[in-house]
Structures are given as structure tokens and as C-alpha cells.
Design a protein around this ligand. Structure first.
Ligand code: AMP
Ligand code: ZN
Length: 142
């Protein structure tokens, strides 16, 4: 637990939240600044700053709860689809430094669009070089 963390305060019940689901390891509650109404955040009950700070079992626990919430949005809100979003680090858009997964219900006419502009690699070698760097990053000493 982190004394000053806003999501740890939500877990402890020190600030209000609209809870949707909880189990031993995870909590799901509505995002106050929803992209689409029903937008839910899933967090681990222990504080980790980001996905890469958490052990793999915690990553599995929050993803299992996110899957449950996605299905519940399809069933309970009659959503037509669901987006999962997860940010790590300020540059990636992470504002609250307590690991969380966004589960966003989507509707045919919700008017929300991802600002996703696909880029292009100029040469196949560039892709190979990048893949090799990531493969090197898989090694424990990296
Ligand atoms: P991120 O930008 O991925 O760090 O997302 C943080 C999210 O937390 C934002 O979408 C905020 O709207 C949401 N948020 C911040 N404070 C609260 C709060 N007290 N209750 C619910 N959601 C919150
Ligand atoms: Zn926290």
C-alpha cells in the first residue's frame, strides 16, 4: 500500500468510488472521467506502479478480472464491443501511478474513436533490427 496513492485510498475506502466487483486480489470501479459511460478500471489490491513492476501472477489476476468485466459490460450494458487499454509511464499517458486496466464498453453509435494512425516501416531490415532488440530485451540480464 502507498499512503498517498489515490487508488490505494479507494481500496482502503478513504475516498469514494463506485465499485462494480472485487475479489481477494483485485478491485473494479467506474472511472470518473469515462471515455464511454460504464468505463471501468481494474486494479490490483497491492500497489505496483506499472505492469512491469508487478509479478506475472498479478498481471494474470487483473486480466482475469478485466475479462469478467468485459463480459459483464456486454451482458449488462448491451455493449456491442469492449476496448482494453493499459498505460505504463507518463509518456504513455499514465496519470495515476497505480497499475490499472481500462475496460471500455463500446456501442455502435458511441462517437468515440481511437486516435490510432498506423505508421509504415520503410525497409524490412528496420523491422528485423527492432525485433532483434526486443528479443535481446527478453534476456534476464537486459
Ligand atoms: P491513466 O491515464 O491510464 O493513468 O488513467 C487514470 C484514470 O483514473 C483516468 O481515466 C481518470 O479519470 C481515473 N481516475 C482518477 N481519479 C479517479 C477516482 N477518484 N475515481 C475513479 N477514477 C479516477
Ligand atoms: Zn496505489
Amino acid at each position: 500500500m502507498n499512503e498517498s496513492c489515490i487508488f490505494c485510498k479507494i481500496i482502503r475506502g478513504e475516498i469514494p468510488s463506485t465499485r462494480v466487483f472485487e475479489d481477494e486480489h483485485t478491485l473494479a470501479f467506474l472511472d470518473i472521467g469515462s471515455l464511454v459511460k460504464g468505463h471501468t478500471l481494474v486494479i490490483p489490491k497491492h500497489h505496483y506502479n506499472s505492469l512491469t513492476d508487478a509479478p506475472p501472477e498479478v498481471a494474470a489476476q487483473i486480466m482475469a478480472t478485466a475479462q469478467k468485466i468485459a463480459q459483464a459490460q456486454l451482458n449488462g450494458l448491451a455493449a456491442d464491443g469492449v476496448n482494453i487499454h493499459q498505460a505504463n509511464g507518463r509518456v504513455a499517458g499514465q496519470v495515476v501511478p497505480h497499475l490499472h486496466i481500462h475496460v471500455v464498453p463500446r456501442f455502435k453509435e458511441d462517437g468515440y474513436h481511437w486516435n490510432w494512425k498506423a505508421g509504415r516501416y520503410e525497409r524490412p531490415e528496420e523491422m528485423n533490427d527492432l525485433a532483434e532488440k526486443i528479443r535481446q530485451g527478453l534476456k534476464p540480464s537486459a
